[in-house]
Design a protein around this ligand. Structure first.
Ligand SMILES: O=P(O)(O)O[C@H]1O[C@H](CO)[C@@H](O)[C@H]1O
Ligand SMILES: Nc1nc2[nH]cnc2c(=O)[nH]1
Length: 293
């Protein structure tokens, strides 16, 4: 029995209970009249998306029960509720990354809170390195699929006991990115005259925080990835588990280095610089997409 007990104590436990998520959601519902149907996660340097919202209510993460904090430059730490194109939205200015030392339950904590708030659609954005040789810095890639590389190594946010109140034990991921939303985003981009810098492709998440070696970039290209980053896949997995529709986009902030003769070095400063260049275009695209939804 003793052995049995010890075995059980070694089973992976969820780091949050259903009640934790519920408490966070109830606290937010008690502190705002807004009832968002759309949630937006802002990638590195892309927090300006929250500026689009009207009638804002802002909650610093530190004031929200059970909510994690963001530690990365380019990620403010606040949840912004407000209206965009007549739709009630909630926007995460600052996301959580695995490389910050958070487990994946923490990285994805807000997504389940959004579900409990009544959110139906998740828009995820990120900064990513371009692997596809036809991509240029400043391109916006509509994500058609992802490769969850940490998942290959046993780091999937759904590992551990399944709570049916969120979703099924074995969720499908072949339809992770909503085709209708992607089509609407393409239309929205065309209307704005963005066709020259809109791409579609596969996002690969690596754990980070290191940027890739040249050999790693070559492997990722061979695997069929078009862009690489350190986020998004866990949030999308958890969103799909609880039935949210997902639309994702990557801003190609840098070209990855694949040539041993190259003097270029990936760096976070370049990533943030590129986001400044495309901030207004991204805001226009998301806003126009919301108008069509
Ligand atoms: O994925 P987001 O949060 O946009 O940020 C990307 O940019 C940072 C590296 O410059 C990493 O955090 C990477 O994941
Ligand atoms: N892993 C990774 N993440 C990024 N985020 C922005 N650019 C990059 C990149 O080149 N590699």
């Amino acid at each position: 029995m003793q052995v049995g007990k010890r075995t059980i104590s070694h089973l992976k436990r969820p780091s949050y209970t259903y009640e934790n998520y519920r408490e966070t959601a109830n606290w937010l519902l008690a502190h705002t009249q807004q009832r968002p149907k759309v949630a937006i996660i802002c990638g590195s340097g892309l927090g300006g998306l929250a500026d689009l919202l009207e009638n804002k209510t802002v909650f610093p993460y530190k004031d929200i029960p059970h909510f994690p904090h963001s530690t990365v430059e380019g990620h403010a730490s606040q949840l912004v509720f407000g209206d965009l194109q007549g739709k009630q939205c909630v926007c995460m200015q600052g996301r959580f990354h695995f490389y910050e030392g958070y487990n994946l339950a923490t990285v994805t904590y807000p997504v389940r809170v959004f579900f409990l708030l009544g959110v139906e659609t998740l828009i995820v954005t990120n900064a990513a390195g371009g692997l596809n040789p036809s991509f240029k810095v400043g391109d916006i890639m509509l994500i058609k699929d992802h490769i969850n590389m940490p998942g290959f190594a046993g780091q999937n946010p759904l590992c551990g006991p399944n709570d049916k109140r969120f979703g099924v034990r074995f969720p499908c991921m072949s339809d992770a990115y909503d085709k209708d939303l992607s089509r609407l985003a393409k239309e929205a981009a065309e209307e704005l005259g963005f066709s020259a810098f809109i791409q579609q492709g596969v996002y690969c998440m690596l754990a980070g925080p290191t940027f890739e070696t040249i050999a790693e970039c070559k492997v990722l290209k061979t695997l069929g990835a078009d862009a690489v980053g350190m986020s998004t896949a866990p949030e999308v997995v958890v969103a799909r588990h609880c039935g949210l529709r997902v639309f994702g986009l990557s801003l190609i902030t840098n070209e990855v280095v694949t040539d041993y003769e190259s003097q270029k070095k990936a760096n976070h400063e370049e990533v943030l610089e590129t986001t400044k260049m495309r901030t207004m275009d991204l805001q226009g695209l998301v806003s126009n997409l919301l108008a069509k939804m």
